[in-house]
Design a protein around this ligand. Structure first.
Ligand code: ADP
Ligand code: MG
Length: 487
């Protein structure tokens, strides 16, 4: 399978090239936290989902959640990573009130997944990005500041995160946003994360530096933390590239620091200077055993991986003939792609299935704020509707009405067509009769047509369709009309 792609255009800005690497924190969709049995529900009351382990009571001990490791392995494999047979948890020491133990349990030099890569399409070129590593860690609590005082909610402390770190391979804001989207699509398709950026289930830190065109050495990087939408990633990175060039051009070198993006002002501002790894005094956590995996077990998990969104999208384009845009939208959600495929398979008409799903169905779902799982029309019922059109049982116009009724009543297409007598008239005798009446009633237009003003043909088609209440098969109408008018 191949795709017609063009080389990446150069994305130089004012004589500089941007270099971007992204860290994505993926919140894993487990029922309980990574090191204790606290629930991970999103809507719990403040500090409801806590226990001695998650608030760091002295003497409490962590116990690793097996499900977390399975999800990490699945994701690592999907990202083409090597899964280490031995990985180790480490303590990352820093002091902050939302981190009650004084250290975060993370992985350091022996992460569960490393050395992977993925590809995606930006406009029409293919971009490959290396994955340096994907390591497990616990989330911290959440501080809310009120002037003089601060409240802390530890519900989030201990929620499992998989931090996916890319190589410094991205070269533009558009590539950065598309990379993040690709990660989102992958973790959603694996069902390891709900992919909800707004709720913080996927948090992106973008590291940005610039260098003079042709320079080999990377510039000093700045990290923009916690970007929670693809649009913000694009805007923040674009802003940061310009800011860094301005700064260098005016003689102020870039400092390694962490910045935040303010979407209202569309600018980044400094949050803190960046720690180096040394500042964290990493060391192996003595409370946790290493994770030991057998290669047979890893291979067993590999066999359970679903087809990934990018590959599915390529298949939709090259074997089903869908457009790139349709394929990308249909594969951005696994349930949606499954609905589409089953509808295409049952009806035998993938193109039409794509049109109905992308058009009428998504419109209804969006208007009613529903997801495909809540669709009022099953894939099988929509397929039946498509077959009726293809068999000339109903016209395209009537199909729209049937669709609306199907949505409202969840009845099958067959039921609705039967109850309303929508079945399209393909019976030539019936159509011929209608045409005879129309010709009879509109003699002056007939004369016009016969004198060469063939434009009135449309008038006749309209009249016949009206007379048949939209149920006459248009192909048959066209054919008979032509024959009668020209005889
Ligand atoms: P830290 O934990 O300090 O954030 P990581 O190694 O976890 O460091 O992440 C570094 C990220 O920054 C990676 O995504 C990497 O690709 C990227 N990166 C490293 N150097 C540069 C640079 N000079 N310019 C842009 N991105 C960089
Ligand atoms: Mg990091």
């Amino acid at each position: 399978m191949s795709i017609n792609t063009v080389a990446a255009p150069n994305s130089f800005v004012r004589g500089y090239e941007a270099v971007i690497g992204i860290e994505v924190h993926v919140q894993l969709k487990t029922k309980s936290k990574i090191f204790c049995s606290d629930s991970t529900t999103f809507d719990a009351a403040d500090n409801e989902n806590t226990s001695p382990v998650s608030v760091g009571m002295p003497g409490s001990l962590p116990v690793l959640n097996r499900e977390v490791v399975l999800m990490a392995i699945k994701t690592g494999l999907a990202l083409g990573c090597k899964i280490r047979e031995k990985s180790v948890f480490a303590r990352k020491n820093y002091f902050y009130p939302d981190l009650p133990k004084g250290y975060q349990i993370s992985q350091y030099d022996q992460p569960t997944c490393e050395h992977g890569q993925l590809y995606f399409y930006v406009n029409n070129y293919k971009k490959t990005v290396s994955i340096t590593r994907a390591h497990l860690e616990e989330d911290a609590g959440k501080s809310t500041h009120f002037g003089q005082y601060t409240l802390i909610n530890y519900n989030r402390a201990g929620i499992p995160l998989l931090e996916i770190v890319s190589g410094p391979d991205l070269r533009s804001a558009a590539e950065a946003a598309e990379y993040a989207k690709t990660i989102r699509d992958i973790v959603k398709s694996l069902d390891v994360c709900d992919g909800n950026l707004e709720e913080g289930s996927l948090r992106c830190d973008c590291n940005v530096s610039v260098r003079k065109i042709g320079a080999e050495k990377f510039g000093t990087r700045v990290e923009i933390k916690n970007l929670n939408s693809f649009r913000f990633i694009e805007k923040a990175v674009d802003y940061e590239i310009e800011r860094q060039i301005d700064s260098i051009e005016s003689g102020t070198p870039i400092n390694q620091e962490t910045r935040l993006y303010d979407p209202d002002k569309n600018r980044t501002f400094m949050m803190r200077t960046k720690e180096d790894a040394d500042d964290y005094r990493y060391f192996p956590d003595p409370d946790l055993l290493p994770i030991l995996l057998k290669s047979e077990d890893i291979e067993k998990i590999r066999k359970t991986l679903p087809e990934l969104p990018i590959q599915k999208s390529e298949r939709f384009q090259f074997t089903l003939g869908l457009s790139k845009n349709d394929s990308e939208i249909l594969t951005s959600d696994r349930m949606l792609s499954e609905y589409f495929e089953s509808c295409g398979q049952i009806s035998g008409n993938y193109k039409s299935a794509a049109n109905w799903v992308m058009g009428d169905l998504l419109r209804e779902l969006n208007q009613n704020k529903l997801t495909i799982g809540d669709s009022k029309i099953s894939a099988k019922n929509l397929a039946e509707l498509i077959q009726f059109i293809d068999q000339n049982k109903i016209s395209g116009k009537i199909a729209k009405t049937v669709f609306t009724e199907m949505w409202q009543t969840s009845k099958s297409a067959q039921n609705i067509v039967d109850e309303n007598g929508y079945s399209q008239v393909s019976d030539t005798t019936a159509i011929e009769k209608i045409i005879d009446t129309v010709i009879e009633k509109n003699q002056s237009q007939v004369a016009e047509y016969r004198s060469g003003k063939t434009k009135v043909f449309g008038f006749f088609v309209g009249a016949v369709m009206r007379e048949s209440k939209g149920q006459a098969n248009p192909d048959v109408v066209n054919e008979i009309l032509k024959r009668k008018l020209e005889s």
